[in-house]
Design a protein around this ligand. Structure first.
Ligand SMILES: Cc1cc2nc3c(=O)[nH]c(=O)nc-3n(C[C@H](O)[C@H](O)[C@H](O)COP(=O)(O)OP(=O)(O)OC[C@H]3O[C@@H](n4cnc5c(N)ncnc54)[C@H](O)[C@@H]3O)c2cc1C
Length: 394
C-alpha cells in the first residue's frame, strides 16, 4: 500500500513554503512553466488560521497603496480568469466596486488620480445618486462622492486557493499538507528545507508563509497583527445587501476611519469592517490567545446606525484573521539579503490578495532568471534590514 505521508519527492528544483493564496499561486505558476516544484503547508489547504480565508476579498485595478502595482493587479486578473477557465470554477465576481469619500480624499480622490494615470474606467456619483443606486448606504455627506469602478469586484478566497493548488498539481507539482517547515538552511549544493516529516534539498526556496514570515526573517522588523473579520445580519430586506446591490466598497467616514465591506452572498450576513480597528494585537494563531472581545466591533456598532442603518449593531459572525505589516506599508518580495537562492514574499499589509496571481507569476520569473532577484525595487527585502539597523542605533 502506498504511504501517503512519505511520497517520493525526488530532488525538487524549488520548494514553496506556505500555501495560502501567495504560495498556491506561486506553485501554480512555477509548475505551469515546467519547474519541478514541491509546496509544503503546515495545515490543510484553504484552512482558516492564516490570512486567505473568510469567503471573499476585494479586487480593484486602481492601487492606492502603490501606483506601481497596477500592472501586477491587471496581470493577476488575467491569471484569475485563466484559472477559472482551467478549473471550471467561478472565482471572480464582477460586481464593480465603490470608493467613497471627499473628492480630494485618500479613497475617492486617490482612486480618481490612479484611474486617470492608468486609464481605468470610473464614474463619479454624487451622494443622492449613490444612495439611490446602492440603498444599503446612508448618511453620505455633501462634498463626498462615490467613485464607481466597474472592473472592481470580489475574489472568492478559499476557492481561489483550492483552484491554484489543483492547477499546480495538474501541471505536476507535489503538494505536502499537514507538514510544518522547521527550518530553511542554505548549503553549498542547495537549500535544505527541514520539515517534521523529512528534509528536502532544492536549488531554490520561495518563502510565502504569511504571518509566519517574521519567524523566518527576523531582521526585517515585520509584525503579524490580528485583524478579525465581522459580519452583521440585515434588519429588513436582505435583497438590499446582495453582492450586486451592496458591492464591495471602501468608505471614508472621517479623516481617520475607513468603513469597508460587501454583500456576503449569504443573505444572513453582510461583511463589514473598520480601518483602523482597535489597537492591533500580535497574531499568533498557533500559540496566541485569539479570544475575541467586543473591542473588535464597538466602534463599528457606533458607525453603522448612520452609515449602513439596515444592519444590526452586533455581529452575526466573527472570524479570526491576520496580516503581516512592514514599516513602510509595502510588500516584501525578492531574494533574501543573506542568500539569493531563498526568495522572500510577504508583508501583505492587508491588501495582498488581489495581487497574488501576478506576484506568483513574478516569483516564477525570479526563480527562472527571467526577472531581477528583486523585481519590484520598492519591495526589496534589503530596504527593511537597512531601516531596522538605522532604527537600532537610536
Ligand atoms: C480582514 C482582512 C481583509 C482583507 N481584505 C483584503 C481585500 O479586500 N483585498 C486584498 O487584496 N487583500 C485583502 N486582505 C489581505 C489578504 O487577505 C492577504 O494579503 C493574503 O491573504 C495573504 O496571503 P498569504 O498567502 O501571504 O498568507 P496566508 O494565507 O497566511 O498563507 C501563508 C501560509 O503559510 C503557511 N505556513 C506558515 N508557516 C509555515 C511553515 N513553517 N510550514 C509550512 N507552512 C507554513 C500557513 O499555514 C499559511 O497557510 C485582507 C486581509 C484581512 C485579514
Amino acid at each position: 500500500m502506498p504511504d501517503n505521508r512519505s511520497p517520493d519527492l525526488g530532488r525538487p528544483e524549488v520548494v514553496v513554503v506556505g500555501l495560502g493564496i501567495w504560495g498556491a499561486m506561486t506553485l501554480w505558476r512555477l509548475a505551469a512553466r515546467g519547474v519541478r516544484a514541491v509546496g509544503v503547508e503546515q495545515f490543510d489547504i484553504a484552512h482558516a488560521r492564516g490570512s486567505s480565508h473568510g469567503g471573499a476579498r476585494m479586487f480593484r485595478e486602481t492601487c492606492l497603496e502603490n501606483e506601481a502595482l497596477v500592472p501586477t493587479a491587471r496581470r493577476s486578473l488575467e491569471l484569475w480568469r485563466e484559472l477559472e477557465r482551467a478549473t471550471g470554477t467561478r472565482l471572480v465576481e464582477d460586481t464593480g466596486g465603490l470608493l467613497i469619500g471627499p473628492r480630494d480624499g485618500r479613497q475617492a480622490g486617490a482612486t480618481l488620480a490612479s484611474a486617470q494615470a492608468h486609464g481605468v474606467e470610473v464614474e463619479v456619483l454624487v451622494p443622492g445618486e449613490l444612495m439611490r443606486r446602492f440603498p444599503g448606504h446612508a448618511g453620505i455627506p455633501d462634498g463626498h462622492v462615490g467613485v464607481w469602478e466597474p472592473s472592481a469586484g470580489v475574489l472568492r478566497a478559499e476557492e481561489s486557493v483550492r483552484a491554484a493548488i489543483a492547477q499546480a498539481e495538474h501541471h505536476g507539482a507535489t503538494v505536502v499538507s499537514g507538514t510544518r517547515v522547521l527550518g530553511v538552511e542554505p548549503e553549498p549544493g542547495g537549500v535544505r528545507v527541514r520539515t517534521a516529516l523529512r528534509d528536502l534539498v532544492a536549488d531554490q526556496v520561495v518563502l510565502t508563509p504569511g504571518c509566519w514570515l517574521p519567524g523566518f526573517a527576523p531582521d526585517l522588523g515585520l509584525r503579524s497583527v490580528h485583524l478579525p473579520m465581522t459580519w452583521f445580519a440585515p434588519r429588513g430586506d436582505p435583497a438590499l445587501f446582495s453582492r450586486e446591490r451592496f458591492p464591495v466598497f471602501m468608505r471614508e467616514i472621517d479623516a481617520d476611519t475607513v468603513l469597508w465591506g460587501q454583500g456576503d452572498g449569504d443573505p444572513r450576513h453582510v461583511k463589514l469592517g473598520l480601518e483602523p480597528g482597535p489597537e492591533p494585537a500580535p497574531y499568533d494563531p498557533v500559540n496566541g490567545d485569539l479570544a475575541l472581545t467586543s473591542a473588535v466591533w464597538d466602534r463599528l456598532g457606533e458607525v453603522l446606525p448612520t452609515a449602513v442603518p439596515g444592519v444590526e449593531r452586533f455581529p452575526s459572525k466573527v472570524l479570526n484573521c491576520g496580516i503581516t505589516t512592514t514599516a513602510d506599508g509595502q510588500f516584501v518580495l525578492g531574494a533574501a539579503p543573506e542568500d539569493p537562492r531563498i526568495v522572500l514574499a510577504g508583508g501583505c499589509n492587508g491588501y495582498g490578495f488581489k495581487h497574488a496571481a501576478g506576484i506568483g507569476d513574478l516569483l516564477a520569473d525570479v526563480v527562472l532568471g527571467a526577472a531581477d532577484r528583486t523585481p519590484l525595487p520598492f519591495a526589496a527585502p534589503g530596504r527593511l534590514v537597512a531601516a531596522e539597523a538605522t532604527a537600532a542605533q537610536f
